[in-house]
Design a protein around this ligand. Structure first.
Ligand SMILES: NC(=O)c1ccc[n+]([C@@H]2O[C@H](COP(=O)([O-])OP(=O)(O)OC[C@H]3O[C@@H](n4cnc5c(N)ncnc54)[C@H](O)[C@@H]3O)[C@@H](O)[C@H]2O)c1
Length: 258
């Protein structure tokens, strides 16, 4: 008997239009892959063209629908609105939105300026609201949808050198709950996901070290890394009809930390 892990498939995601921001790398790329392998029509927005095109090349032969990529700097809200309009024109109304893109660049408390503060919130918070606002009318007309906003446990644990990012990630949970209330009458569900330390290629390259790994495994109940596709599989569930009565919630996925 095989001991390979087997995972759920979701019939309600087949042919569904799914929009993912920051889908070219990290958790976003794993999520593009997981939804594409479920048979969804996936569109993703990013600025990293090279990994985006490599991802499409990898997934096209393995997916029912080749993912669609639009280059879009999400800090420019007009560009974001135009990209969402283009995706809707090409694939149809998104019924799932995953607000995933972020920038966790480290900064010292003393070095934050009014400009870097605004830029940090633009990179981590503003686009989540305006992407939701842009997809909501289409979801409403189609009978409903699921919006998932990526937060982080960073505002629940002691986190240094990330004050702007952490502020945005805390705000996202409040924003998600308020959106869930506003959009509930349109049968649009909104939930926030709070990952712990996820071993993306970028985290491994920039921040992982034997010392950090030792610290991590001290605080986590599970003494191993959380991988990007483990986050994506929670996103599949929250996007699918299987979670049809779940809205306004925060989901921590951190191998046991909080
Ligand atoms: N990796 C972790 O340990 C971790 C922990 C907690 C929460 N999260 C959250 O999960 C989500 C994904 O994290 P990740 O680690 O995969 O991130 P990442 O930095 O590896 O990837 C982010 C993606 O978003 C894109 N992006 C960033 N700014 C953009 C912009 N202005 N316009 C367009 N695209 C842009 C990047 O090019 C990249 O492809 C984020 O919301 C992050 O806050 C991650």
């Amino acid at each position: 008997m095989s001991t390979a892990p087997t995972y759920a498939t979701y019939p309600s995601l087949v042919d569904q239009v799914v929009l993912i921001t920051g889908g070219a790398s990290g958790i976003g790329a794993a999520t593009v892959e997981q939804f594409a392998l479920q048979g969804a029509r996936v569109a993703f927005l990013d600025v990293a063209d090279k990994p985006a095109l490599a991802l499409i090349e990898d997934l096209t032969p393995r997916s029912k629908h080749a993912p669609l990529y639009h280059h879009c700097d999400l800090t420019n809200i007009e560009n974001l609105q135009a990209a969402i309009a283009a995706v809707t024109e090409q694939l149809g109304t998104p019924r799932v939105l995953i607000n995933n893109a972020a920038n966790d660049e480290r900064h010292r408390f003393e070095d934050v300026t009014p400009n870097s503060w605004h830029a940090g919130l633009a990179a981590n918070l503003h686009h989540q609201f305006f992407a939701a606002q842009a997809v909501a009318p289409g979801m409403k007309a189609a009978g409903g949808g699921s919006i998932i906003n990526m937060s982080s446990i960073s505002w629940r644990i002691p986190t240094a050198h990330l004050s702007v990012y952490v502020t945005a990630k805390a705000a996202i949970t409040g924003m998600s709950r308020s959106m869930a209330k506003d959009l509930g009458p349109s049968n649009i569900r909104v939930n926030a996901v709070l990952p712990g330390a996820v071993l993306t290629e970028k985290q491994q390259r920039l921040y992982m070290s034997p010392d950090y790994e030792q610290e991590l495994f001290k605080v986590q109940f599970l003494k191993r890394h959380v991988m990007p596709d483990e986050i994506s599989r929670l996103l599949l569930f929250l996007a699918a009809d299987d979670s049809s009565a779940i809205t306004g919630q925060d989901y921590i996925i951190d191998a046991g930390w909080i």
